[in-house]
Design a protein around this ligand. Structure first.
Ligand code: FMN
Length: 320
């Protein structure tokens, strides 16, 4: 467990990121921009701007400026390395003085020389022990171990956070952040018990007041059960999304002629690019069923910071 002081929780992750709490805003395409990153960093966590969807480097610089105008606290930039804008995004981060980047979806070796030459801290998102070792060999500073219950793109290996985190902790001598299926103090305490030194949450933050997604996304997320999501695109790039009419159609789980009067598979579009609760593709994790709607980012932090010691007491009540 991290040591708790008046200055927050001390782990290698909080030290590397320069934050009070090693609680990270999961980068989310076209959602976690400057405002959202700043909202999390201002609470003592680590906000992230997602470069995905910001194809013009000036748009990335503008979001960094926006976050910086709102907070002096550190925040980072997430760069999916397979995307064509990866190098432009990296240069924008360096030019704007961002100190930490996270990489996902690809081999971080591609950008590592330049990142290290510029003195950046790099965390890479990995969905298997093999990929974590590859990232370690490329020279990253930490691993974000993401289980397949997570919202958004997940690994093809179908390994859960509970199994993945301790195996990566044992396999690489680097600080590990747990991602996927964490939404409250119980999940955070569990992640630390597995050896993680930080957590990353996406789904939990989508349901906050500050999050700029359409209301219907928040309503569907907060109304979802634990089986309210499915994986699309299993062969190529699996993505966990909320079940709705268009997703059932695209995944072949509903016949086109049943219950789809207003929807057809061609309507499918990422939620930030339009659509309705029936036609938008809404990435979301299996933890949705635990998430209540319309709290603030501050409420999320308050519940976790106050709740983790209570979880520990409950464990001690069992184990003595
Ligand atoms: C709507 C949405 C969009 C996402 N977009 C990205 C992205 O652009 N880059 C990335 O590395 N991860 C992305 N993710 C994954 C999150 O950063 C985070 O790792 C994940 O949500 C953690 O699992 P959880 O949803 O169970 O909290 C996305 C997740 C969601 C829900």
């Amino acid at each position: 467990m991290p040591s708790s002081t008046n200055d927050g929780w001390k782990t290698r992750v909080s030290a590397l990121l320069g934050v009070r709490y090693p609680i990270i805003l999961g980068p989310m395409r076209m959602i976690t921009l400057g405002d959202m990153a700043a909202a999390v960093s201002m609470r003592g966590g680590f906000g992230q701007i997602a470069a995905s969807g910001l194809d013009n480097p000036e748009d990335i610089r503008a979001e960094i400026r926006k976050a910086r105008a709102l907070t002096e606290k550190p925040f980072g930039l997430n760069i999916p390395v397979y995307r064509s804008n990866a190098f432009d995004a990296l240069e924008a981060a360096i030019e704007m003085g961002v100190k930490t980047i996270t990489t996902s979806a690809g081999n971080p070796a591609k950008i590592m020389d330049r990142a290290k030459q510029a003195g950046l801290t790099v965390f890479h998102k990995a969905s298997s022990v093999k990929l974590a070792k590859k990232a370690r060999d490329a020279g990253v500073d930490g691993i974000i171990a993401m289980g397949y219950e997570a919202g958004g793109h997940v690994g093809r290996e179908n390994v859960t956070t509970l199994c993945l985190v301790p195996q990566i902790v044992d396999a690489v001598d680097l600080p590990v952040v747990a991602a996927g299926g964490i939404a409250d103090a119980r999940g955070v305490a569990a992640a630390f018990a597995l050896g993680a030194e930080g957590v990353e949450m996406g789904t939990r933050f989508v349901a906050t007041r500050e999050c700029p997604v359409p209301d219907f996304f928040k309503e569907e997320l907060c109304g979802a059960d634990c089986d309210g999501t499915l994986l699309l695109g299993k062969e190529a790039m699996p993505i966990r999304v909320l079940k709705n009419k268009v997703v059932m159609l695209v995944s072949g789980m509903t016949k086109a002629d049943v219950d789809t009067a207003m929807v057809n598979a061609g309507d499918a579009a990422y939620v930030m690019q339009g659509g309705t609760r029936d036609t938008a593709v809404m990435p979301c994790g299996q933890i949705a069923g635990l998430v209540g709607c319309q709290c603030s980012v501050a409420d999320v932090f308050d519940e976790i910071v106050a709740g983790v010691p209570n979880v520990l007491k409950r464990i001690q009540g069992v184990t003595g």
